[in-house]
Design a protein around this ligand. Structure first.
Ligand code: SF4
Length: 320
């Protein structure tokens, strides 16, 4: 990643998309929701108005610059990129530059484009049309009852979960690409028999190509975002049908990074976006264990990152 790049990050490991290069279309925590499990912390003020939260021109210049750099296509191959993912620090469909970014990426790369979204703006036919240019859309849906939606996802005022589900159903009818619906369960919140039954009905109506059951795996915005057990996910899996799966832990063999001088910057850029374990960093950046350990120790001593524990794992994130 270029030291001047601010909206392109990674590649980062993803349990759903393998190894992906991220493009962040909105400033940090610009989102329609304030999910209690959000790895990025709390949303100051959830919003629903679309705008160029990051200017189209800035995004286009950064993307063009990224692909213009000598050897970029060779770098992509070496990195074994699975996807370019529109996601990052908030809700990407809030940015009206979305269709222009997808169009430019189509010109620059053959790598499939994934859109990671909370699906709340698919109530708008224009947003559905824009999203339909992606190869795979990964919306999330964690609740169906308004009370559970309010507790888990803490939406911007005016968002109606019934209309959001109708928007997802409409997307399925209009869109020929892949839809992978994620349902994230939090212990004691959306794991009641009634909510599970409502989620099954909603998923059956949406008809996604995959239903991916997930739980809290990294520290979230609030401590009440707690993990459900693997046994719970296994138990409810069959009720979601044959297209349902439990998201498996990420694993990927990669060659070591070819440019060790970038190690500190690359680790900081990765940890700025999401908390990671040492193993995550190794896999994301293709670094040797010893390199990661030494750099983590240095960054901890400098106070540039901090460690935190979640689910018995040690995670690291930047202090800013
Ligand atoms: S988890 Fe995603 S949808 Fe929820 S608040 Fe964070 S960025 Fe927004």
């Amino acid at each position: 990643m270029s030291p001047t790049a601010t909206h392109i990050f990674g590649p980062v490991p993803s349990r759903r998309l393998g190894l992906s290069l991220g493009i962040d279309l909105v400033p940090f925590k610009t989102c329609t929701l304030d999910c209690i499990y959000c790895e990025l912390g709390q949303t100051a003020t959830p919003v629903t108005e679309r705008a160029e939260y990051v200017a189209r021109q800035d995004l286009e210049e950064e993307i063009a610059g990224y692909f213009a750099r000598a050897g970029r296509s060779a770098d992509e191959k070496a990195a074994k990129l699975d996807y370019i993912t529109l996601s990052g620090s908030g809700e990407p469909t809030l940015n009206t530059a979305l269709p222009h970014v997808i169009a430019l990426l189509r010109q620059k790369t053959q790598t499939p484009i994934a859109l990671l979204t909370n699906g709340t703006l698919f109530t708008d036919p224009q947003v559905r049309r824009e999203a339909a240019a992606a190869d795979v859309i990964l919306p999330s849906l964690d609740a169906v009852s308004p009370a559970c939606f309010a507790r888990v996802n803490r939406p911007a005022s005016g968002l109606d979960i019934k209309k959001i589900i109708a928007g997802l159903v409409a997307l399925r009818q209009e869109y020929r690409g892949q839809i992978w619906l994620e349902i994230l369960f939090c212990n004691g919140l959306n794991d009641t028999p009634r909510e599970i039954s409502l989620l099954q009905e909603a998923a059956a109506a949406i008809k996604p190509d995959k239903i991916q059951l997930n739980t809290v795996v990294r520290p979230g915005a609030l401590p009440e975002a707690r993990t459900v057990s693997p046994d719970f996910l296994k138990e409810i899996l069959p009720a979601f049908g044959p297209q349902a799966e439990i998201i498996a832990p990420f694993a990927r063999d990669r060659d070591p990074a070819s440019d060790p001088t970038q190690t500190v910057e690359n680790i900081l850029a990765t940890l700025k976006r999401r908390p990671c374990t040492k193993k995550d960093i190794e896999e994301a950046l293709g670094l040797k264990t010893v390199e990661v350990i030494k750099t983590i120790e240095l960054l901890l001593a400098q106070g540039r990152i901090k460690s935190l524990e979640h689910g018995g794992e040690h995670y690291f994130q930047t202090t800013k």
